[in-house]
Design a protein around this ligand. Structure first.
Ligand SMILES: Cc1cc2nc3c(=O)[nH]c(=O)nc-3n(C[C@H](O)[C@H](O)[C@H](O)COP(=O)(O)O)c2cc1C
Length: 364
């Protein structure tokens, strides 16, 4: 049997021991500093017995036992195994280095606190560690900025100010035109630009190198004119293609158990095709570029919703592997990152406070 240590292992000191962490699989062990040595005995595919034989001073059985433990805990991979195939694909496809990969895989499929417990956790934390202030105040010498919106800006400003996240929605359908406009404003291709190397798609949102890595997958629940199901949006054709008609899942199962998502008329999942960006930008910062772009797209979708008196609530609390499974996405190269739930807003449960009230309290 041949084994090797995958390149997806990092180590950290922890409480006098060493934490060994495989970020691709999220397996980890803690061990004595000296035991990390064993991971250096098989950088490439190596027969277990060859490792045993190169340590004649040690009891063969004890060496085999250590190697077996490292295999069982995912720190060594076995040639031909499922894990070895995963590592191989990772090594072929991941182009932007281990730092971005460490973050990317670690921040996938995380556990989220059940609804309700977050408030209690925050209350307890505030008792011993008050929250930082969520805005800053300049000194008296600061220049007062005029709020002089011109006529043409007025409607845009007002639209942007009206945008709110509503989790309470009416059980109404949205129209196909409304869904269509959300998709078009967020992802639709509006033209192309020819450069020395490529013809690049242009959209209403900016994109690093105009690589436009995002695709939209849509869960249609209640949309007049099309049947419920899971769809893919083509940004070039401005079409929706049905991928799956029936599913026994509910949206909350893709969105970390958030029950309120089950009432929504539609959900747009933003999925990044990392390769589009990393083909040009092969460094860690490329990952940052991809993340930033989701915000631009989401904001356009949200403002389009506001313009239609709909609400779009964003969520980054996703069950990434489950989303990849239902939409048949390659989990190493396609990255579900963000979801927007669309619906008709019900009167909100949030308590809003006027900005002037807070300003008055500060100066009192
Ligand atoms: C990156 C990001 C992730 C978010 N994730 C969630 C989420 O998982 N669940 C949720 O209920 N709201 C989520 N929200 C919505 C925020 O709670 C909301 O924007 C915030 O309360 C401010 O309200 P507003 O959108 O009406 O201004 C998210 C917002 C952003 C920008």
């Amino acid at each position: 049997m041949r084994i090797k240590a995958p390149k997806t292992i990092v180590t950290f000191p922890r409480d006098g021991e060493i934490l060994v962490y495989n970020y691709l699989t999220k397996d980890s062990i803690t061990c004595a500093a000296g035991d990390v040595y064993w991971l250096t005995t098989a950088f490439n595919w190596t027969e277990i017995e060859d490792i045993v034989n190169t340590h004649p001073q040690l009891e063969p059985q004890s060496v085999r036992a250590v190697l077996q433990t490292l295999i069982e805990t995912g720190m060594f991979i076995v040639e031909g195994s499922e894990q070895a195939r995963l590592v191989e694909t990772y090594e072929k496809t991941w182009e932007i280095g281990p730092a971005a990969a460490l973050f990317h895989f670690t921040a996938t499929d995380n556990e989220f606190a059940p609804e309700g417990t977050s408030a209690e956790v925050q209350r307890r934390r505030a008792e011993i560690d008050p929250s930082p202030i969520l805005f800053t105040v300049n000194s008296k010498s600061a220049i007062d900025l005029p709020l002089c919106y011109g006529h043409e800006h007025q409607s845009l400003m007002n639209l942007m100010k009206r945008r709110r996240s509503n989790r309470l929605v009416k059980q109404h359908s949205i129209s196909l035109e409304q869904l269509s406009e959300c998709l078009y404003s967020g992802l639709g291709i509006t033209g192309f630009v020819k450069t020395q190397t490529c013809t690049l798609p242009l959209k209403m949102t900016p994109s690093g190198g105009a690589r436009n890595p995002y695709e939209a997958y849509v869960w249609v629940r209640k949309v007049i004119g099309i049947t419920a199901g899971l769809y893919h949006y083509s940004a070039l054709e401005h079409t929706l293609e049905k991928l799956v008609s029936e599913t026994n899942l509910s949206p909350s199962q893709l969105m970390a158990g958030q029950e309120w998502t089950n009432d929504m008329s539609a959900v747009i999942f933003l999925v990044a095709d990392l390769k589009r960006t990393t083909w040009k930008y092969c460094d860690t910062n490329a990952y940052r570029v991809v993340l930033i772009e989701a915000g631009h797209i989401a904001q356009n979708i949200m403002l389009t919703c506001t313009n239609h008196d709909l609400t779009a609530c964003s969520t980054a609390a996703l069950c990434h592997s489950e989303i990849s499974r239902v939409f048949s996405l390659d989990s190493l190269t396609k990255m579900p990152l963000y979801a927007l739930t669309l619906g008709h807003p019900e009167v909100t449960a949030d308590t809003y406070v006027e900005i002037d009230t807070v300003k008055r309290q500060l100066t009192a």
